[in-house]
Design a protein around this ligand. Structure first.
Ligand SMILES: O=P(O)(O)OC[C@H]1O[C@H](OP(=O)(O)OP(=O)(O)O)[C@H](O)[C@@H]1O
Ligand SMILES: O=c1cc[nH]c(=O)[nH]1
Ligand SMILES: [Mg+2]
Length: 213
């Protein structure tokens, strides 16, 4: 079943769910994890942007003329939250090859679970394009909240957030902090554990993606 609450959506998509199961499995090695995470990134980016405004243009196919659908605006910027967001970004860029890319380096303190920022590199035309922020994990929500704050500070007026696995706690925190931001999650899990990890989740996405466990 797909679930939709205010500004929160999990798509009903069998292929997406099967790929998420693949990266949840603890026996999945880092190379496979990274490849499947990229495939998930392509699906999530397509789903998150499925309602981009369109119009038609007259084109010629090898066979005839036709009025064919085209986008009315430039592709939105993609913003990856490092490190794990880089895995999703790879696939999102396959479906949005012309989108500029921003990088936000954030890491959670393992004790306080508070994110600290170590890189901010954002494109200049965020105000005109809007942004799709990518991170596989929405746990306490602290990293996504801070990242979206930065993206808005840089001028973005329309912001969407896509993740692979979300905890209810993170969804609630993000909705409270940024009620205007549409959240797309591949799966909504049960809860956070005492270490701030999503249960059942998939472990540490950054470590699994980059082989640093
Ligand atoms: O919702 P939160 O409680 O903020 O947790 C989610 C964040 O934690 C992970 O990053 P991490 O800090 O482990 O950095 P990494 O990607 O470099 O491993 C994950 O990729 C998110 O960015
Ligand atoms: O479960 C979690 C929570 C935060 N960050 C991760 O990578 N995994
Ligand atoms: Mg990590």
């Amino acid at each position: 079943m797909s679930q939709t609450r205010a500004n929160f959506h999990t798509p009903r998509h069998a292929l997406l769910r099967a790929k998420i199961t693949r990266i949840r499995r603890q026996e999945t090695d880092s190379a496979t994890f990274r490849r499947v995470l990229a495939e998930i990134g392509a699906i999530l980016a397509s789903e998150a942007l499925r309602d981009l405004p369109e119009t038609t243009a007259a084109i010629e196919t090898p066979v005839s003329r036709m009025e064919a659908p085209v986008l009315t605006q430039m592709e939105p910027c993609l913003v990856a939250i490092l490190r794990a967001g880089l895995g999703l970004l790879e696939g999102a860029r396959m479906v949005l090859p012309d989108a500029p890319v921003g990088h936000l380096g954030l890491v959670r303190d393992e004790q306080t679970l508070t994110p600290s920022e170590y890189v901010v590199r954002l494109p200049k035309d965020l105000a005109r394009r809007g942004a799709l922020v990518l991170d596989p994990m929405l746990a306490t929500g602290g990293s996504a909240i801070q990242a979206i704050h930065r993206v808005k500070q840089a001028g973005a007026k329309v912001v969407r957030f896509a993740c692979v696995v979300a905890a209810p706690e993170g969804v609630a925190a993000l909705q409270a902090a940024h009620p205007d931001v549409a959240i797309l999650a591949g799966a909504l899990d049960e809860r956070l554990n005492e270490h701030g990890y999503i249960v059942p989740g998939l472990g540490d996405a950054g470590d699994r993606c980059f082989g640093t466990e």
